[in-house]
Design a protein around this ligand. Structure first.
Ligand SMILES: Nc1ncnc2c1ncn2[C@@H]1O[C@H](COP(=O)(O)OP(=O)(O)OP(=O)(O)O)[C@@H](O)[C@H]1O
Ligand SMILES: [Mg+2]
Length: 379
């Protein structure tokens, strides 16, 4: 009662609790500090306090003040001290305690508890932010899915539109039938792309070790008819490269986008240089990886477009482009822990563009356990 009056006189609200159990309950209910008298504590009490204190959340270090009985430090008091160890943030005050000492000890304990509550609020805020981020990340993935589908089906749909026009203006039934067959094939491709994309995003396949040269070769095979038709010369400089841990399908999408853009910029009769080599990225430590450069002798990119090149819906191709290719590509590269840079000139006679992509040998976004798994399966 005396203690309560003393603390109340300093503006600290205090309750006199009849039992240790009630004091423990108060701890749970948010008391700032508990003051106990040593003689009221049994070994069972200490064990129960210790159990409760060990269950505290990480931010909490509940302050206890124990008023001890005065006397010399003998074996018995040392033993008691040891028994009290599990009580954590414990301050021993030997009686008789000077009122100022007692009040300042309680004030210090309350300040430390207040700090702990601030830490709890801060942690809760971080958790809420993380949750919001996870949700927005999901939205980004959904947005990317929609964008990828729109981007990939744009060309076949364009062809179908043209084919319908041709069917409408055909003079012979045979021609119309031919065009219809092609249109059917293009529509089948659209449905295949949509199914593939949905599957790809729903159950993302696991990353595996891939040789970038193989992806480049398969992309070039796809563009073969267009390259020949436009008389574009391909210069390949494929050096010995380490395999990289990546999603092959996604990298293929990036390479198809970059080559497709280069071909659009060249139009007819230029050169496309493709180079892959082992390298180190010095912008972020010294990470080993590979560098892919795709250089064209096309029109170059105007400075005002260059500024927002990797943003969605930036295009100079009107109906022929969605302006999503480079945005999706940069997102995929970022996801793989890599970087993409561009250099371009619109000044004749040496117009052209070079895209340079760095991809680290191992993905930095994967937990170490997952990396091990892939390394093992690759061995
Ligand atoms: N190699 C390049 N040479 C010249 N301009 C380029 C090159 N690569 C990209 N660009 C410019 O950047 C713009 C954006 O490219 P991006 O691939 O994002 O979209 P897009 O090619 O216009 O459309 P889509 O990829 O849907 O076909 C292009 O419209 C073009 O102006
Ligand atoms: Mg493009």
């Amino acid at each position: 009662m005396l203690i309560c009056n003393l603390l109340a006189s300093k503006g600290i609200s205090c309750s006199n609790l009849p039992t240790v159990e009630i004091a423990r309950l108060e701890l749970k209910m948010g008391a700032g500090v508990v003051v106990l008298a040593e003689e009221g504590l049994t070994p069972t009490d200490i064990a129960e306090w210790a159990a409760q204190i060990s269950e505290q959340p990480s931010w909490s270090d509940f302050p206890l003040i124990l008023l001890t009985v005065s006397g010399e430090v003998d074996r018995e008091s040392q033993r008691k001290m040891l028994a009290l160890q599990p009580l954590g943030n414990l301050v021993l005050l030997e009686r008789p305690v000077r009122p100022e000492t007692f009040v300042s000890t309680v004030q210090a304990a309350l300040r430390s508890r207040l700090r702990q509550y601030q830490m709890r609020d801060f942690l809760n805020e971080i958790r809420a932010t993380e949750e919001a981020l996870r949700k927005s990340e999901k939205l980004v993935v959904a947005g990317r899915l929609a964008a990828s589908i729109a981007h990939e089906i744009n060309n076949p749909l364009e062809s179908v539109t043209n084919l319908f026009y041709l069917i409408g203006t055909s003079t012979s039934l045979e021609d119309a039938k031919k065009h219809t067959e092609v249109a059917e094939r293009e529509l089948a491709r659209v449905s295949q792309i949509v199914t593939q994309m949905l599957r790809f995003y729903r159950e993302p396949s696991k990353p595996a070790y891939v040789q970038i040269r193989e992806i480049l070769d398969s992309a070039l095979t796809l563009y073969e008819p267009r390259l020949t038709h436009a008389e574009i010369v391909i210069e390949r400089d494929f050096r010995e490269c380490s395999p990289i841990l990546a999603m092959a399908g996604e990298l293929r999408q990036v390479i198809l986008n970059l080559i497709g853009n280069a071909l659009d910029a060249i139009g007819r009769g230029g050169t496309l240089k493709l180079r892959v080599t082992n390298t180190h990225d010095h912008s972020n430590g010294s990470r080993p990886g590979i560098r892919l450069t795709i250089a064209d002798t096309g029109s170059g990119i105007e400075p005002e477009i260059r500024k927002s090149l990797f943003e969605p819906f930036v295009s100079t191709k009107g109906n022929m482009g969605t302006g999503l290719g480079l945005w999706i590509s940069s997102e995929i590269i970022r996801k793989h822990g890599g970087t993409i840079q561009v250099k371009s000139s619109v000044l004749p006679p040496s117009t052209g563009t070079v895209f340079s992509v760095f991809l680290p040998l191992t993905r930095t976004d994967l937990p170490a356990s997952a990396l091990k798994e892939y390394e093992l399966s690759d061995a």
